[in-house]
Write a protein that binds this ligand. Sequence first.
Ligand code: 5GP
Length: 194
Amino acid sequence: MELLKNKIREEGLVLSDAVLKVDSFLNHQVDPDLMKEIGKEFAEKFAAEKVTKILTLESSGISPALMTALELHVSVIFARKRKSLTLNDNVYVANVRSFTKGETNEVTVSKSFINKEDRVLIIDDFLANGQAAEGLIHIIEQAGAALAGVGIVIEKSFQPGGKELRDRGIRVESLARIQALENGKVQFLEEAFQ
Ligand code: 5GP
């Protein structure tokens, strides 16, 4: 997605060879016009998948997930990282090791919102080692629901998550794929390989 790649080129900060900071439009401040286009792009890609729910992880996945949900006219559920006082024990639980914080969170989703009739599309901001996606897939499995696919805003293709998911036959669509973050520069995977 050229619009997204240009935004990354202009505003992305390479923090290290492994971490890209995009706080100005995705992870802290949010660009609604860009999110709208991201939502349209995911909706087009997954149009034939009969999606009934979108599942993401709080907080950075919510903006792209919500804009996609708006296009597909389905509800969006965000897995919670902190136990909510109003969430009872009737929850699906998965452990997710955070790539950026290095800590493991128990993430939860109420059993009220996903059931075995659902076809669930996962949307997230980044794909690195695939821990977040694996946790969300584990929740979908506990619900007995079907996985419609995984939509990622920024995939770092030099980390193993994307390959591992695709090798298992899971449809992964990423709007920008990064081949390397070296010498402070973002290098995108050539379109031909995307
Ligand atoms: P994974 O679980 O695939 O290893 O990492 C994905 C999660 O870690 C995403 O939900 C995202 O919040 C965070 N993450 C991974 N890599 C980056 C990165 O380079 N920059 C930012 N801002 N977040 C990242």
